[in-house]
Design a protein around this ligand. Structure first.
Ligand code: NAP
Length: 252
């Protein structure tokens, strides 16, 4: 698939994950023109190879207009599994602009044997199931911590890449970007004496060690299940997705 001027059409990767960066690197290496789109949530994002654009598109219509204008040959949704809005927008915009879409979707974490998980549908439920008096480690990022603000009979320590603009004064905030080795996670959980952890089932290899650490110490994990995404051709590993692009001959 080429543009009218004979130049290969660009690939747009919706990114913000380690796998999106791995895809960009491999596709640039293979000589493809790659643009990665980031939402712009973090001030100092890890930048992928190839071109980068930052900021929302303006909903489905905005993304579809971008795909048409850039004559995008392939859209890859490699966003975080909890970034449900942009994934839904990608499906609708790809259809509207008649651009093929593939999704990278990592496998979910499985409960380690003997571990206690309390599976919940969303963050509001996660906040509701914590017992009064719980000492909680929140490993959910920055965007959804407000769900826990009213649980004043629990004590919270939240870890995130950047310190949030607002959090109750009695919360402890740990700023840090993983991966954190499993022993460091065990030490952290034991040091604070957490009674519960709250996590999203992101499936990321880089953040799984906290789950292993909780299992080792017998700390129950309130595990937020993934949102359901509209169907799309999906791949569970980066190599399989790259092989598909090669075989499908997209988007040369
Ligand atoms: P979201 O709720 O699905 O998206 C909200 C809006 O943000 C979208 O409608 C879109 O705005 C914009 N947006 C999201 N991802 C974008 C991207 N890659 N490029 C351009 N615009 C984007 O997403 P979110 O949960 O806020 O996550 C934002 C980004 O952070 C994602 O790229 C995701 O991969 C990354 N991330 C998210 C999490 C998480 O737990 N949610 C964790 C780690 C990384 P418009 O409608 O204006 O286009």
């Amino acid at each position: 698939m080429t543009q009218s001027n004979g130049v290969a059409k660009p690939i747009l990767i919706l990114g913000g994950t380690g796998e999106a960066r791995a895809l960009a690197a491999a596709l640039v290496q293979a000589g493809r023109k790659v643009v990665t789109s980031l939402a712009g949530r973090t001030a100092n994002p890890l930048l992928p190879e190839g071109q980068v654009r930052i900021g929302g598109f303006g909903g489905v219509a905005g993304l579809a207009a971008y795909l048409r204008k850039q004559q995008t040959g392939l859209l890859i949704d490699a966003t975080h599994p909890f970034a449900a809005q942009i994934s839904a927008n990608a499906v609708a915009a790809a259809k509207a602009a008649d651009v093929p879409l593939v999704r990278f979707e990592r496998p979910e974490w499985q409960r380690p044997s003997g571990a206690e998980w309390i599976e919940v549908e969303d963050m509001a439920q996660a906040a509701a199931v914590l017992p009064a008096g719980a000492k909680v480690f929140l490993a959910i990022g920055r965007q959804e911590i407000a769900h826990f603000f009213e649980r004043t009979h629990c004590r919270f320590t939240a870890r995130m890449i950047e310190v949030p603009e607002t959090a109750p004064g009695n919360w402890t905030i740990i700023a840090g970007r993983g991966p954190f080795p499993v022993q460091a996670e065990v030490d952290l959980l034991a040091f604070h004496g957490f009674t519960h952890m709250v996590a999203k089932n992101s499936g990321a290899a880089a953040s799984r060690d906290k789950i292993e650490a909780a299992a080792q110490l017998g700390v129950p994990v309130v595990m937020v299940k993934r949102p359901v995404l509209p169907p799309a051709r999906s791949f569970e590993n980066v190599q399989a997705l790259l092989a598909y692009i090669d075989q499908a001959g997209l988007p040369n």
